[in-house]
Design a protein around this ligand. Structure first.
Ligand code: 5GP
Length: 120
């Protein structure tokens, strides 16, 4: 079976500021911006600047970048005023995970009670 080919997504264009997005944080490793279709009062996507299509493509080389996703999530949660009440960090992978954009991203959602983790 040939491996599926992945191409850069709209998220690469957001990183390069070729298309508009509400960017709340950017550094040399990661970019964070508000989700276009928020699922909660606060819904921000934190993504590596490097193109990594799915979590299945993560390597040891990416550990520093992936760690940065968490430190930036904590910083943004504080800035958004949701750190104490709490929030949820989600990464979806492939079909069963419900991944729609194939450039890995951490969803930071909160600002209201989120209920149970899974609907079933
Ligand atoms: P996934 O289902 O892949 O985990 O999540 C993809 C997320 O990206 C969705 O929450 C969707 O609303 C968001 N999204 C898709 N296209 C855009 C876009 O062009 N701009 C922004 N800001 N968010 C997007």
């Amino acid at each position: 079976m040939t491996e599926k080919q992945y191409q850069e997504t709209i998220f690469s264009k957001i990183i390069r500021k070729e298309i508009p997005a509400n960017i709340v944080y950017q550094d040399e490793l990661v970019t964070a911006f508000r989700d276009i279709s928020p699922q909660a009062a606060v819904h921000i996507l934190i993504i590596p600047n490097k193109f990594i299509p799915t979590v299945n493509h993560v390597t040891e080389e990416d550990e520093k970048t992936l760690g940065r996703l968490f430190t930036v999530a904590a910083k943004i949660a504080k800035e958004e005023g949701i750190a104490e009440d709490g929030y949820r960090l989600i990464m979806n992978c492939n079909a069963h995970g419900g991944q729609e954009v194939f450039h890995i991203h951490m969803h930071l959602v909160g600002g209201e009670p989120l209920g149970k983790m899974l609907s079933k």
